[in-house]
Design a protein around this ligand. Sequence first.
Ligand code: C2E
Ligand code: MG
Ligand code: MG
Ligand code: MG
Length: 279
Amino acid sequence: RSANTKFYNIYSEDYQKNQLFKERLNYDFLKAIENHEFCVYFQPKISIQGDNYKLSSAEALVRWIHPELGFISPGMFIPLFEENGNIKILDQYVWRETARKMREWYLKYNIMLPVSINVSRIDMFDPKIVDIITSIAKENEIDPKDLYLEITESGYNNETSQIIGIIDELRSKGFKIEIDDFGSGYSSLNTLATLSFDVLKLDMKFVKDMFKNDKTLKMVGIVSDIAKYLNVKLIAEGVEEKNQLEKLKELKYDIIQGYYFSKPVSSTEFEKFFGKEFK
Ligand code: C2E
Ligand code: MG
Ligand code: MG
Ligand code: MG
């Protein structure tokens, strides 16, 4: 052992930030896909403007349950896989698992719950993207209107015309487009002006700070006006407190996602939400 080699405890934060850890994740990726180490969690989205709070849909969120490294959160590996292109393989895996689960729930509960899947900006530049998503829906007898594709606004600045084309094609097949993390990118208003979409999801940072400063609260309200003007559904994510929920309801937000109702949970745990009342 050379003197300058540093040894890490694989569970330590130090190690997880380390280059070796990243290389390990990249190295283990294909084996992990084969061994089904990736697992899809679901977080409920609750519609709040009716008489009762109701389960309206869910977001599919990937987790990696690594046999040696344990539970790894997507914030750790998604950026790595976006860098080396593995994200395309991972996302297709997640979308397929999600569609299968939707079908399974339909057969078991007679409910076709709309679900949103995350689509990386890298996926959007794959010329086969429309065919891939279409065939995943078809294989599982999912009506495209029940699949929401969450895309983030950042990263499309130089390639907008290509992205506009793909989004239009997806929407013409019936898939729904949801703008994720709205407000956090560097061209938010440009996104609204150039892309066509169905749902707007406010970045959770605004929810977190809405009672910390008046301007943020004002912005949260203005986004609601924008959504009404554009005639799109409006979601707030990262809602943890009752006072946030109540304010967002007053501001006419349609759907709430956040720990206040539930963290993302395994598909089995998620089943307890069917028919449950939310308060
Ligand atoms: P996102 O799409 O914006 O997903 C929302 C994130 O916020 C999730 O983190 C969720 O667990 C978290 N969250 C929800 N409610 C609350 C709350 O009340 N408080 C707090 N503090 N957090 C809340 P997660 O699951 O760790 O995912 C992080 C990001 O990783 C996602 O952000 C998304 O950008 C990406 N991601 C996750 N799964 C996939 C996937 O299958 N494919 C792709 N391409 N990206 C994914
Ligand atoms: Mg998302
Ligand atoms: Mg988000
Ligand atoms: Mg995000």
